[in-house]
Design a protein around this ligand. Structure first.
Ligand code: SAH
Ligand code: SF4
Length: 445
């Protein structure tokens, strides 16, 4: 979400006459986009901002900015969490803007260039940002599109609802127009963003009476959006993230089956495999319900890619709870997983509980789950050896520029020799020869 917000800010600043530079040392204006979901993320953003301010003030390592920087700003959810304290942590900060207010940034930059400093802009919980549909002029073939802001769930450990405000679904009309404009510019793949995209159109109506009815008879707002986006010429792939397991309905599975542009991949954070911990977290599903959602997806397509987020070391997590998470990951057969060590976030319900799993034990649990996922990823990928996958070409591979890479519909990285001239954004077929835990290697068909 921050990548998308940063891109929108870049587009707004470009429209205001600013020019993007590729090297930080050439920049006169630097804005750090922060995340406060985990403690470490916030520390990194604030630390980086501190270094930039030091360079601006002629202290610290000038080399970091080439001594050119005049204005330093901080945006994103750490600003909302810190409020006025942001200037205690960063006295030389020129401006700070919370999420849902980034549309004001070009104006703030002007004010700072005119001599103002320490400007704070905090959004309301229901604010609808200006400039949300701004996209830069870059000739990319992939684009993020925000469809849902904020979150109304109250998972015990999570600071997102406090800092990103109430849930708000953008009108479907706006989303469709934005994606249509992107497709007309050559975008082949969009990724729809929200904290719980399957809650699209639940809190506020996204479809209104004057919208045409769904030709396929879709009733739920989100599958209906997938139907509308599928009809856009030129658009080849539709992805979305994140999804809350509660919303994985039969109608969603029907949409996957009916609309081939919708990629067969779902990022479905499970957080824990222990019913006791899931209840404490306020996730509102059980282990069995979670596994049955996956079973439905895999009954429809055995190669359906499911990825997840897991938290280890939640307060009170016992060896048995951890074992339940470990075994759930085997049963679910995840294609990929992100494992996070629990960190208490101020103001959340779980922050009032003792953070009683020692750091070393969190680390140990993290390592066990990561090792398990390496093996599991290899097993899942092995099933694809010999098959032909449709791949959206991204460009030369990062590790070895003689090879190119792209992704299949399941978001798996596929590496191949570019035996004929290719352009990023091409859709090609690749026969898989080798499977690794994180990548597939094959040859163009
Ligand atoms: N909306 C998404 C998750 C957004 S936060 C969802 O509900 O699935 C991204 C991930 O960060 C979460 O899935 C969770 O695994 C992790 N996370 C959130 N708060 C955390 C905390 N306090 N400590 C550790 N990990 C956390
Ligand atoms: Fe946080 Fe839960 Fe909302 Fe996800 S659904 S953003 S974990 S409160």
């Amino acid at each position: 979400m921050n990548v998308r917000d940063s891109e929108a800010v870049e587009a707004l600043l470009s429209a205001a006459g600013h020019v993007r530079v590729d090297e930080e040392s050439d920049a006169e204006l630097v804005i750090v986009n922060s995340c406060t979901v985990r403690d470490m993320a916030e520390r990194k953003a604030v630390g980086k901002c501190g270094n930039l301010i030091a360079a601006k003030e002629g202290r610290g390592r000038q080399s970091e900015t080439g001594g050119r920087v005049k204005v330093v700003g901080l945006m994103g959810c750490a600003v909302k969490r810190m409020g006025t304290d942001v200037f205690k942590a960063l006295p030389g900060l020129d401006f700070a803007v919370g999420p849902r207010r980034f549309g004001t940034i070009p104006r703030l930059v002007e004010r700072c260039l005119a001599g103002e400093t320490r400007i704070l802009e905090l959004p309301d919980d229901d604010e609808v940002p200006a400039g949300m549909d701004a996209h830069g002029g870059g000739a990319s073939f992939q684009s993020y599109v925000t469809i849902l802001l904020g979150c109304d769930n109250r998972c015990s450990y999570c600071i997102v609802p406090d800092v990103r405000g109430h849930e708000y679904s953008r009108p479907a009309k706006e989303v469709v127009a934005e994606v249509r404009a992107l497709a007309a510019r050559g975008v082949k793949e969009v990724c729809l963003l929200g904290q719980s995209v399957l809650r699209y159109g639940v809190r506020n109506k996204a479809w209104t009476a004057d919208d045409p009815a769904s030709p396929g008879g879709y009733v739920e707002a989100f599958p209906r959006l997938l139907e509308a986006l599928s009809a856009i010429d030129g658009l080849e792939r539709i992805r979305f993230t994140s999804a809350h397991p509660k919303g994985c309905t039969d109608e969603l599975v029907r949409a996957y089956a009916e609309f081939p542009k919708v990629c067969r991949h779902l990022h479905l954070p499970v957080q824990s495999g222990s019913d006791r911990i899931l209840a404490a977290m306020g996730r509102r599903y059980t282990r069995a319900e979670y596994l049955s959602a996956i079973a439905r997806l895999r009954a429809f397509d055995p190669e359906f890619a499911v990825t997840t987020d897991v938290i280890v070391g939640y307060p009170g997590e016992t060896d048995d709870d951890f074992e339940a998470t470990r075994s759930l990951m085997d049963e679910a057969g995840f294609d990929n997983a992100f494992v996070f060590k629990y960190s208490p976030r101020p103001g959340t319900r779980s922050a009032a509980l003792p953070d009683d799993v020692p750091t070393a034990e969190k680390e140990r649990r993290d390592q066990i789950l990561l090792a398990g996922q390496q093996q599991r990823g290899l097993m899942r990928n092995n099933r694809l050896a010999g098959t032909v996958r449709e791949v959206l070409v991204e460009g030369p591979s990062l590790r070895n520029a003689a090879r190119w890479s792209g992704r299949d519909g399941g978001n798996r990285i596929v590496v191949f020799e570019p035996e004929r001239p290719l352009t990023p954004g091409d859709l090609v077929k690749v026969r898989i020869a080798e499977a690794h835990p994180q990548i597939l290697v094959g040859a163009l068909v």
